[in-house]
Design a protein around this ligand. Sequence first.
Ligand code: HEC
Ligand code: HEC
Length: 307
Amino acid sequence: MLKYLFFLSFFYDLCIASEPISPIPQTVEYDKAKALLGKKLFFDTALSRDNTVCCNSCHVLREGGADENQVSVGVEGRKGNIQSPTVYNARYNFKQFWNGRARNLKEQASGPMNNPHEQDMNPQLIEKRLNASKIYRNLFKKIYHTTRISYNEVINAIVEFEKILITPNAKFDRYLRGEVKLSQQEEKGYALFKQYGCITCHNGINIGGNSFQKMGTFFPYKTKADYPDRAKVTGLKRYKNVFKVPTLRNIALTSPYFHDGSAKTLLQAVQRMSHFNLGVEIPKKDAKDIVAFLKTLTGVKPKILDK
Ligand code: HEC
Ligand code: HEC
């Protein structure tokens, strides 16, 4: 019997492994008390200089974890220089930020708080503000056993919260696990996604998030502004317009699209991708089928948000 089960699981692994996209795990390890504290910080405008902006202002969790503005607006209405990506499933990205300048969530988390266009704070000011609050002092004392809140613990709690910001059980993941069927159009869309070659850049658990690629591999992509691309990190010209391939998970909820927020609808995004990155003008019908497939990538939000 055991042998039989082993064989079954072997074939199951083989089937799943043969798909270029893998489902998001249904549970992950995390520290609940720290994550709840991180959640409180994520929604707290006290982490911005003029008390107007929090992480959730630009990463709206009740929607897709991104921002409906073309570029995000930080403290004192200061405009940022790039579209806000989603924080959902960010833990599965191989690097953080569009140009991958942060190696992980811990490195990333300091970014917005210290960015003059975003929250415009610094570690000392954050510590001062939080230590002035009796509620936070008590919470940190209970969880981190310290009498004085330090910046490192603030980052630690936020990262713990981000770890649980995963969206498993999308229709597509359930299809991969053999639990549901896709509609005919969705299935066709997935086949086209593979046939046209979208899958070469958008694959793995995040259907993206695991490589740097050029926006405009076939036709040069012109933008009006100077964006923080991979060239800014490497200092090399050939990395102009190279970005981390964004995740396509929950993509139906994160319009507008692209680093410059230039595509308002998914259909536009798919058509532009085919043109710039595959060098083909695909028929509208095919683009619509691909959109139907992309809509199956919307997952279930974590329960921690209900509390
Ligand atoms: C004013 C808007 C704004 C605020 C506030 C903000 N972010 Fe962001 N966030 C952005 C933008 C824009 C980017 C992309 C910047 C880039 O790639 O150069 C980003 C990137 C990220 C990423 C990387 C995602 C990826 O795919 O690379 C994570 C994670 C993230 N933010 C989490 C947070 C957290 C946590 C906070 C609060 C401490 C926060 N953000 C506050 C706008 C904001
Ligand atoms: C050569 C690699 C490559 C190929 C092939 C490719 N993409 Fe992309 N995709 C990218 C990169 C890089 C970006 C980010 C571009 C930018 O923001 O300027 C992106 C962005 C997107 C976005 C917007 C995501 C967001 O959050 O803004 C969608 C949707 C998308 N691709 C779908 C597709 C589809 C559908 C196909 C096939 C028709 C495809 N891609 C083919 C690399 C690729």
